[in-house]
Design a protein around this ligand. Structure first.
Ligand SMILES: [Zn+2]
Length: 365
């Protein structure tokens, strides 16, 4: 199936009017979880297709489409950070166009993607795109194409290129090889070198309005689309991931415990949750605290639409300054969550700090 989401149809129409208008480098930017990677892959596939439709969609029948769908088109390169390729089962999983899981809720809003990896560590796969990967591209674009003359390099997420890699890419963008299209996909365009941004045609990828997103999620069989959508910051693909039963149950267990900070035991919860993905837990807590703060200051909830009563009750008793400080601390906590020394201790400390920061204000005697 050629998936072009309804909220991306107009962008598709504009870009696919003719190949020449694509230029040599595109920068697709926008919020995580709206389907930018799916779009970028469709675009690559259609360029490598021998018989695209009038609307520019890939035919799905030619040899090029076959290669692409099997994840092995010789004129296509997908560049991901090593850690992401490993986590997602590399190109095999990505080759499946129904697999939208790359843009997960777990990674949403995580500033961690811009952080330095651990170049010296041989055991941990890098979270950055490294210069060796970009050097491989240089070799690739200098070879002649196998199929219809086009070559496509897709870089995702582009902001994870480390400075050396970014500079190496810049050289390619400065002297663009003929009939080669670079597609850079980014959730945080501001982290890219200005010189890279200025050499790309920048496309703001739209997110659907909540009604469209809810209707789409319903079509995908999501039971409670509104809640899933809100829980993931209105990113439909992330909401689809969120609908996973195990994920939902775990999230519910976590939130229901932290919603009564006077009753739960941080040590017990840390033990229960220590097998979960740590950055995900930090993001859950961040969203929860965000809602407490938001309700306290504006009376509005963004993420936990189904938790109005406990949020109302807790928000009325907190000290907003203490919670604001904790929210800032959580940003740093999220960065550290990618490399914890001891998961359980890390969780205990985070949960104890949370309990302290939402403790009712002490009454002066
Ligand atoms: Zn085709």
């Amino acid at each position: 199936m050629n998936t072009i989401y309804s909220w991306h149809q107009e962008t598709w129409r504009i870009l696919r009017q003719d190949n020449a208008s694509l230029g040599h480098a595109l920068l697709l930017k926008g919020r995580q979880g709206v389907g930018k990677l799916v779009f970028a892959r469709q675009l690559a596939k259609s360029l490598l297709c021998d018989h695209p439709s009038v609307g520019g969609e890939a035919c799905r029948n030619c040899q090029g489409c076959g290669w692409f769908e099997q994840g092995g088109h010789p004129d296509f390169r997908l560049i991901l950070p090593e850690a992401m390729a490993e986590k997602k089962g590399a190109s095999a999983a990505l080759a499946n166009e129904e697999n939208t899981g790359v843009e997960t809720g777990a990674e949403m809003e995580s500033p961690g993607t811009g952080e330095p990896g651990s170049p010296k560590s041989k055991r941990k796969p890098s979270k950055q795109i490294r210069i060796t990967q970009i050097r491989d591209i240089t070799e690739f674009i200098n070879m002649s194409s196998h199929q219809n003359g086009h070559k496509v390099v897709l870089i995702y997420p582009a902001e994870t290129m480390n400075p050396e890699a970014a500079n190496a890419l810049l050289k390619n963008l400065e002297e663009p090889p003929p009939r080669t299209l670079f597609i850079l996909v980014t959730h945080r365009a501001q982290y890219l070198l200005p010189t890279i941004r200025s050499r790309c045609c920048q496309i703001a990828m739209p997110a659907p309005d909540p009604a469209t997103a809810t209707a789409w999620l319903k079509e995908q069989g999501v039971r409670d689309p509104a809640t899933c959508l809100a829980s993931t910051g209105y990113a439909p693909l992330a909401a689809l991931e969120f609908n996973d039963v195990i994920y939902l149950e775990r999230h519910q267990a976590f939130v229901s415990q932290i919603s009564v900070p006077g009753k739960f035991n941080p040590c017990v919860l840390a033990e229960e949750m220590q097998k979960s993905d740590l950055p995900t837990l930090v993001i859950w807590l961040q969203k929860w605290c965000y809602d407490l703060m938001s309700f306290r200051t504006t009376g509005k909830i963004r993420y936990h639409l189904d938790m109005l009563a406990p949020i109302e009750s807790l928000a009325s008793r907190i000290n907003p300054r203490a919670l604001a400080t904790f929210l800032r601390v959580l940003n740093e906590t999220l960065r550290l969550a990618h490399h914890p020394l001891n998961v359980r201790l890390f969780l205990e400390e985070m949960l104890f700090s949370y309990v302290m920061s939402v403790a009712p204000q002490e009454q002066p005697r």
